[in-house]
Design a protein around this ligand. Structure first.
Ligand SMILES: Nc1c(NC[C@H](O)[C@H](O)[C@H](O)CO)[nH]c(=O)[nH]c1=O
Ligand SMILES: CC(=O)[C@@H](O)COP(=O)(O)O
Length: 152
């Protein structure tokens, strides 16, 4: 049976860099709207808070909250002077992968890890590498795959 309703996704954006977050969100929402999907957007302080936000959304859905077919994680991590770049980058992506595998979640990972602003902007802008749009498209693809595997 094919999907009867449009996919409904939760976009979790880490607005550590406001302007770059706007660009990533533009790309992601453009892709979601183009696919006919619906979505909610929530904001967290940084990339480390994205996986917990998704976990909170899962818990809420079990208590009568909104059910989401998939998730789009958006964030920008730019290397500074300390090891914190590695922590933020590695732990946020690791936690997303753990969630996706353990809960069979359709998560598009748009947490970018860049060496400098130039790399960051080239990947954030929809008119350039559009990594926000790619993350949204990845989530939609995984939703469709799960539907197919479940007889959809
Ligand atoms: N340096 C960046 C961070 N750091 C903040 C952490 O993500 C987290 O919010 C903080 O440790 C409090 O728990 N976050 C980014 O998203 N991007 C960065 O470049
Ligand atoms: C990715 C980060 O955590 C980074 O922005 C922090 O910068 P710094 O290592 O110079 O404190």
């Amino acid at each position: 049976m094919s999907r009867e309703t449009a996919p409904h996704l939760l976009v979790v954006e880490a607005r550590f860099y406001d302007d770059m977050s706007d660009a990533l969100l533009d790309g992601a929402t453009h892709a979601l709207k183009a696919a006919g999907a619906t979505y909610d957007v929530v904001t967290v302080p940084g990339a480390l808070e994205i996986p917990p936000a998704i976990a909170m959304a899962l818990d809420a859905s079990e208590e009568g909250g909104t059910d989401y077919d998939g998730f789009v994680a958006l964030g920008m991590v730019i290397r500074g002077e300390t090891y914190h770049f590695d922590i933020v980058s590695n732990e946020s992506s690791r936690a997303l992968m753990d969630l996706a595998v353990s809960e069979s979640l359709a998560i598009g990972n748009g947490i970018l890890t860049c060496e400098n602003d130039e790399q960051a902007w080239a990947r954030a802008r929809r008119s350039d590498k559009d990594k926000g749009g790619f993350a949204a498209s990845a989530a939609l693809t995984m939703i469709a795959l799960r539907d197919k595997l479940n007889g959809g």
